[in-house]
Design a protein around this ligand. Sequence first.
Ligand SMILES: *Cc1c(COP(=O)(O)O)cnc(C)c1O
Length: 428
Amino acid sequence: MSNKKRIETVCVQGGYTPQNGEPRQIPIIQSTTFKYDTSEDMGKLFDLEASGYFYTRLQNPTNDFVAKKLTELEGGTAGMLTSSGQAANFFAVFNLANCGDHVVCSSSIYGGTFNLFAVTMKKMGIDFTFVSPDVTEDELNKAFRPNTKALFGETIANPACSVLDIEMYARVAHAHGVPLIVDNTFATPVHCRPIEWGADIVTHSTTKYIDGHGVGVGGAIIDGGKFDWLAHADKFPGLCTPDDSYHGIVYAEKFGKEGAFITKCTAQLMRDFGSIQSPQNAFYANLGLESLHVRMARHAENGLKVATFLSKHEKIEWVRFCGLKGDKYYDLGQKYLPNGSCGVLSFSVKGGRANAEKFMKNLKVAAIETHVADARTCCLHPANATHRQLTDKQLEEAGIPPTLIRYSCGIENAEDLIEDLKQSLELL
Ligand SMILES: *Cc1c(COP(=O)(O)O)cnc(C)c1O
């Protein structure tokens, strides 16, 4: 019997193996602090000479069990949970890029991430160049500068529903001696494992499919463990030169390719920013993980059924869903997401902005929510909600047409979703 278990088994059992008489379920260690017999014992932890727990602002065993499961699912070597997806993407980038550095990023990303990068991190002196998700390899190469420290994209973009050409992005990143960071929130490791395609760091908003029930905000970072920091030591002084706040440890030397990134991220960023996920929320995220493989199949199946229905309806202007034949991202979808993508699609009803609102108001099964990607079907009109401060022209530039409706198929019966859409379209 092989040691490496299949994805479904890891969803259920990964990350935690109870010993004789221990709890079968991952225990919630609801404790801020941990007790030691001697100060010497504790000193070793502070010197990163031993691994263990001392304060839940940095690390907690419940979180680490869940992070370990996610690391196994993504095929990585080390992982950590964060308080939110925003914190995960902030940490993943800030662990590499400092004031004066530069990052290349696909423009087809979640609005919150775009704000974080283009506004807040810009104030910290980190510059971002946003490229079209459809750039050619040549164009992508040209976006790099000598001070570029990372390339960033989303496997399936929220809400544009474009698919990232991970292999090509990884090739370009590596040609410039920097890692590729992929936000894998919408695909989940059940449907795509970016590390297998060359990505170096994977991030998640566990708030979405991983939790899957809309109960807890959270994030995760997983390191693929393949990027050779020391081979590019001049670019990554944070990993390759002594850290004075830990008695001169050089992360890349002491923890190797497999552990340097997450150890530094925990020891420095979690220590200083304290954006830890609560053990209670980590427990909920794990409950979600136990059924992720079962739910993702249904989300993707419902997504395809709904997208197919809408694509044939006379009152629908366009539909974006990479599982749909003829979709701009169909071929990339077949390559990176052969077993299905996710439940999120975007579309536009004919008749402009006003009709989009009217249409959504009449839906009865789908609810209007800013949330996305959980068991209950929901929808959002970004131009009237999350992006309402933007003009129509600005919306077009952001790749979000003013009439775009984001529709997130839950795991209800697809026929009920379709009947709901049908009755609302008839009222237009
Ligand atoms: C929601 C989301 C985030 C942000 O996650 P939070 O948990 O809400 O902070 C990041 N990336 C993607 C793709 C998302 O959908």
